[in-house]
Design a protein around this ligand. Sequence first.
Ligand SMILES: Cc1cc2nc3c(=O)[nH]c(=O)nc-3n(C[C@H](O)[C@H](O)[C@H](O)COP(=O)(O)OP(=O)(O)OC[C@H]3O[C@@H](n4cnc5c(N)ncnc54)[C@H](O)[C@@H]3O)c2cc1C
Length: 457
Amino acid sequence: MSQSNLHAVIGGGGLAGSLLALALAQRGYRVTVFEKRSDLRGKAAPGGRSINLALSERGLYALGKVGLAEKALSQTIPMRGRLIHDLSGATNFLPYSSQSSEFIRSISRPGLNRMLLEEASLHPNIELHFDVSVEEVNQKEKTIVVLNAQKQPSKHTFDLLFGTDGAGSAVRKSLGFEAEKLFSIEMLGHSYKELEMPSLPNGDFAMSPEALHIWPRGTYMLIALPNLDRSFTCTLFLPNDGSPGFNQLISPIALHTFFREQFADALPLLPSLEEDFFSNPTGSLGTVRCSSWTTGGHSLILGDAAHAIVPFFGQGMNAAFEDVSVLCDMMDASTSTDWPRLLTDFESSRIPNTNAIADMALENYIEMRDLVADDAFKLRRRVALELEVRYPNRFTPRYSLVSFSRVPYKTVQDIGGRQSEILFALCQEAGQFEKIDWSRAEQLVSDLPEIHPESRD
Ligand SMILES: Cc1cc2nc3c(=O)[nH]c(=O)nc-3n(C[C@H](O)[C@H](O)[C@H](O)COP(=O)(O)OP(=O)(O)OC[C@H]3O[C@@H](n4cnc5c(N)ncnc54)[C@H](O)[C@@H]3O)c2cc1C
């Protein structure tokens, strides 16, 4: 059967699903998308979900694969580093890179999803169905049962099935990937709450828009990312139980006392704190690992359905988009796609990489909420950026490799471990930047593998 006759069904029209629909349609497949939520197009964002995200190189590259990189870029705000707010309200800027062209970008989640759905709706090969949720998959028959808003079922056939229905994936469950030994979900024990920081009465941003703001407080933190309407979306990450914990912030007084003591400079900029806190949902955070993503030579899960991660490296969507770009590269590698083989190759190449970013994202929570305020960490970070300037092809800090390159996550994790040993050795001995032994540094760095400039693009 030629590709143009193959019918691909996608369960979940979120970020990964809508991008995948475009990628498949552009390659001649007939695509049907079933999305549980109502149509985002022409609607304002619903409150209480993560409404902005950090977009970096991997995500941008994948958007470029469907011709949407420039359009997406026009909706972003550059964030060049972290702006750390200490308890007294003093701030300290830590750049993300030694290179001025390298920064991450804040983008609206519903805005990006809307853009992808709008493009998808214009493509003649794509059919979009909203308010329809996937219930069950029959692998033998190659059929899927979906329910409409009135809970009426309908059955649809497919040649290829993709589950991009997020962390709680119904497709994953129905395909049997949640069997013991194949699947794990590790809850973090910390949750998040979104709060709005509006623009000032004169229309300006309330804080510098060129940074990702962090109020690191050891076991918890507040962060803020800028939006195009000059507001910020703040997110409080806090243990579920503890002191402090979400279980304790149950009254307006407790909430205000906590913010006055911990985030005094942010408090006056959060006029709807109480309303946001008590009406927005508390989002849980966890890591999904699945050792099987494909079955029957025709079905695949990807994105959060296959590998939901905690958000502290800003890579969940980027990794989900990278799934799509890797799939595109594999499809494009031969004139006729051998799907059973491609799906198996895809699974074995992606799982080690998504496991690696899952680990690094967990580690980064500690870095963001605690280490960024620590002098020893700041010294290591400064030395890392200096090593990057001195040895650009040998020492690219782990953060840069994750965010500004497409070097596979597993390779980055391995290199990052060796970099960390070097930084600890140099900084522990020296104690301060001026005393770093740069000839020893050169010796240690020469053992690292060379990173080719093209793999940084
Ligand atoms: C607080 C927070 C901050 C984050 N920040 C970042 C960041 O800065 N950078 C970054 O890269 N990532 C970030 N992420 C991660 C990112 O949101 C996810 O990795 C990304 O949304 C995954 O895309 P997806 O399409 O796989 O899943 P989703 O975006 O979850 O999309 C799944 C879609 O499937 C639909 N669906 C669900 N069930 C069904 C069903 N049964 N039938 C049909 N449809 C269904 C849903 O309605 C949804 O539209 C963050 C996450 C959180 C929680």
